[in-house]
Design a protein around this ligand. Structure first.
Ligand code: SAM
Length: 342
């Protein structure tokens, strides 16, 4: 045991921090259902119906057939006009109608804007829920996270936009691929604080290079001190400008077919462009990893106004037929497609 942990100095247990618990939608659903049941439950001490008096409260909520059976002999003995099939107080009718409208509105809004129900403005980065015991099990039995990577992950997660960060098990898979193919030059399209850039830099040899593309330096400023602390900042070449421009510059500079690996994880609408440029930049046998290919399941039925999901879906459709490459689509994180250039 001791020997094992010595052999793997960076082996750290991942723990899910109980940050701002989100109520599961089923909780609110079951509460709503319970509310309805309470309204429909018959009262415990039942009063008898008396002719000429409004029916007792519990009776008013009873179903039609029962009400008719009981009312029939009374109706025969009384000159009163026949009672309506349902006799429901106005407040109950209005309340029930309002509940119905609220429920229907909730269903519609939930379908159209799932983020309203699930509390996130972005489709989630994880196929297996991050609070699932299975997710914890996967991490407990596979994650070997460098202590400074862990520090960067926890730091990034402090920010509201931290959920954009790559999934740590996925970053580890990419680092393993980089080691497997003995990569030296890699590209990252979309860096944020650089969790994956740092993970790749740690996997590269000392003369390796990560071309890290982002349009916003503010995120990277948060990660940079940790890149330095890990002793690999010299391997990360951060280029702050639109990624298409950086990729074009690399191509124009004669670097086509010189890269070993690329990770695409920026604005989804430009994914096809990033893919085509990266495909030119990597060598035969090189790998491109494309993130968010499942878009939290939204690829199953992309909405017309969701250009990001439409773009990913079109790329997925193209990749499955692309004879230039072999691919594997993996349900890890928010879905990642590994593209192997032939
Ligand atoms: C999902 S985050 C990247 C996460 C990162 N790969 C990681 O390891 O955690 C997306 C990043 O793409 C950047 N981005 C968005 N549009 C871009 C563009 N046109 N060119 C370059 N970067 C862009 C954003 O600033 C953001 O930092």
């Amino acid at each position: 045991m001791l020997a094992e942990s010595r052999a793997q100095p960076f082996l750290h247990r991942y723990s899910i921090r109980p940050r701002g618990k989100t109520q599961h939608p089923s909780t609110s659903l079951s509460l709503a259902a319970r509310g309805t049941n309470v309204m429909q439950e018959p009262p415990s001490g039942r009063e008898e119906a008396v002719p000429g008096r409004p029916a007792p409260r519990g009776e008013q909520l009873r179903p039609t057939r029962l009400r008719r059976d009981r009312a029939a002999p009374l109706a025969a003995a009384s000159p009163r006009p026949e009672m309506p099939l349902f006799s429901v107080p106005k407040e109950v009718a209005v309340g029930t109608a309002m509940l119905g409208v609220a429920f229907a509105t909730g269903m519609l809004a939930g379908k159209r804007y799932p983020s309203l129900l699930f509390g996130t403005s972005k489709p989630h980065k994880s196929i297996i829920g991050k609070s699932s015991p299975l997710w914890q099990y996967i991490l407990d039995h596979s994650l070997r996270e460098h202590p400074i990577l862990k520090k960067l992950r926890l730091l990034t997660a402090e920010y509201p936009w931290g959920k954009m960060m790559v999934s740590c098990d996925q970053a580890q898979l990419m680092a393993n691929l980089i080691k497997l193919i003995k990569a030296k030059k890699v590209i990252e399209v979309g860096v944020l604080t650089g969790y994956n850039a740092l993970s790749m830099a740690l996997a590269l040899p000392d003369n390796g290079r990560v071309i890290a593309c982002d349009i916003n330096e503010d995120y990277a400023k948060i990660g940079k001190p940790l890149w330095k602390e890990a002793g690999v900042d010299h391997k990360i070449d951060l280029r702050i400008k639109p990624a298409t421009q950086t990729l074009d510059e690399l191509l124009a500079g004669g670097e086509a077919e010189t890269f070993d690996f690329a990770f695409i994880d920026a604005d989804k609408e430009s994914y096809n462009e990033y893919y085509e440029k990266c495909l030119r930049l990597i060598k035969k046998g090189g790998i491109i990893a494309i993130d968010n290919v499942l878009r939290g399941g939204m690829v199953l039925k992309p909405r017309k106004d969701d250009l990001a999901t439409q773009s990913i879906h079109h790329l997925n459709e193209k990749l499955v037929r692309d004879a230039r490459v072999n691919i594997s689509m993996i349900p890890m994180g928010d879905g990642v497609t590994l593209v192997f250039k032939l």
